[in-house]
Design a protein around this ligand. Structure first.
Ligand code: GLU
Length: 479
């Protein structure tokens, strides 16, 4: 690559960040980092009725959380700002003037209702709906008359007959015939620039070298290339990746379940796992590797491996990856990440901070799939949260099991030692005294100590509970 790429992510802050858009951000970020280029964040907030500041703040937060840092953009300096479209309106105005001066645009006075009627008529007469060009050749007087009626014009780009072709970095040669496209609006009647107009000016002025985005923008690219030509600007290189689909192969949306980064964070997914999963989705890494850190993805990222067909979102696979990342997380770090989930469920701060609690997390972390799962796995260590499950009750409803539990409690009552030795001694004693082995021996003890019939290593559970807590549970059961 001749010079360092300049990549951008250009979201419209009209909702929570969708995993599909996050994946677009990730691809641009990986490409920039792989080639030592820049990653620019631009906020496309010209649709005033749908954009909200809170969405913008959440977006910054989500990108931060995922570790997708931007080199230029809001909250950062950069020589190509401002980086919010709402602060660039003068720039768009000047560019509109250039096209007006070159007779490449015209004012259109048609109202929404008139345009809708025209559309419906075209559909009825089985023609492809597109703007008829009604205002393209208005005389000066006709324009004046419409202005007198109080009509505010939008500006439409005059399509010239031409073939638009470009080489997409994922899809190969793409061709469009301009004749199939109607004159399109570049500035709305409220003076705000339309997406296709603003994006061309910004990508050009911000010196963007590559645009990676979803294939839903393919037809926009045709319009944008016409604008690049009209301005005499060199277009960037384009790459249109496939979209994320639900299991029914429809575009992933709320009706499929969780779709926003915020939802996945609240469900207890780690950003490392989510990023890894989005990097894999509809793409691949060398040797079929599936578990990759951010740094490994940067080294191995190749746009050529992005698939052209839609990628089906599989939350099970994301859960599988999440469990791996949790397991590999250092316990201290994991406790910090789990904290908000536990505080929400009423666990005390002092306990979460304690050394004892670290031992608890160390013990259960291999069983966690999400951070939100933690409560279920640690309840057994807290008196007020410990409950005997139905299965545990069933196991204990048996004379032999009861004998095992009594013998275990008896040994503890009569002996003192370090918890680990005490446990080993008690088990040996119960085995000799009752003749119980393996399951018959361990399951009843586990059932009383934890309230469950399965779980982490019993010896460790006992060590963490300690003799007196264990005895309390055993005694309350025996009596
Ligand atoms: N604001 C547009 C969007 O969020 C940007 C598309 C593009 O990358 O050009 O869809």
């Amino acid at each position: 690559m001749a010079s360092k790429p300049r990549m951008r992510f250009a979201p419209s802050p009209t909702g929570e960040l969708h995993v599909g858009n996050a994946r677009t951000a990730l691809f641009n970020w990986l490409f920039a980092r792989h080639h030592g280029g820049s990653f620019i964040l631009r906020i496309e907030d010209t649709d005033e009725s749908r954009s909200a500041l809170s969405y913008q703040m959440n977006l910054f937060n989500d990108l931060d959380w995922m570790g997708l840092d931007w080199d230029e953009g809001p909250q950062k300096n950069g020589s190509y700002g401002p980086y919010k479209q709402s602060e660039r309106l003068d720039i768009y105005k000047n560019h509109l003037q250039k096209l007006i001066d070159n007779d490449q645009v015209y004012p259109c006075y048609c109202s929404e209702d008139e345009l809708e009627e025209e559309r419906q008529n075209m559909i009825l007469s089985k023609r492809m709906p597109r703007y008829s060009g009604k205002c393209r050749n208005l005389t000066k007087d006709e324009k004046k008359l419409r202005e007198k009626e109080g009509r505010k014009p939008s500006y439409r780009f005059k399509i010239q007959s031409q073939t638009i072709d470009y080489k997409d970095l994922i899809r190969g040669l793409i061709k469009f015939e301009a004749d199939a496209i109607g004159d399109f609006i570049i500035v709305r009647s409220n003076g705000m620039p339309a997406y296709n107009f603003a994006v061309v000016i910004d990508d050009h002025l911000m010196n963007i070298s590559h645009v990676i985005r979803g294939e839903d923008h393919l037809s926009n690219t045709a319009l944008q290339i016409m604008l690049y030509r009209a301005f005499g600007f060199e277009p960037p290189l384009f790459a249109h990746h496939s979209l994320i689909l639900g299991k029914d192969r429809a575009k992933l949306s709320k009706r499929h379940g969780s779709v926003s980064i915020d939802e996945f964070r609240k469900k207890g997914f780690l950003p490392e796992a989510l990023i890894n999963y989005l990097g894999l989705l509809g793409s691949s890494f060398t040797d079929g590797r599936e578990v990759l850190s951010r740094e490994e993805m940067i080294v191995d990222f190749a746009l050529e491996r992005a698939s052209r067909s839609g990628a089906i979102f599989d939350e099970e696979k994301l859960r599988w990856l999440n469990a791996i990342y949790i397991r590999n997380c250092k316990t201290n770090d994991l406790v910090g990440r789990i904290k908000p989930f536990l505080e929400q469920s009423g666990f005390k701060k002092e306990i979460i901070k304690s050394e004892w609690f670290k031992k608890v997390i160390d013990l259960v972390k291999t069983d966690l799939i999400t951070l939100a799962d933690v409560e279920n796995h640690i309840n057994m260590f807290f008196d007020d949260k410990y409950i005997l499950s139905v299965e545990a009750k069933e196991i204990l409803h048996n004379d032999k099991a009861l004998k095992v539990v009594k013998a275990f409690a008896g040994y503890l009552n009569n002996n003192e030692a370090e918890p680990q030795n005490l446990y080993i001694g008690a088990i040996k004693y119960v085995r000799e005294k009752t003749g119980a082995k393996s399951k018959e021996l361990f399951v009843p003890i586990r059932a009383v100590l934890t309230g469950k019939i399965q779980g982490p290593e019993l010896e460790k559970v006992f060590t963490i509970l300690g003799k007196y807590e264990a005895l309390k549970r055993l005694n309350s059961f025996i009596v």
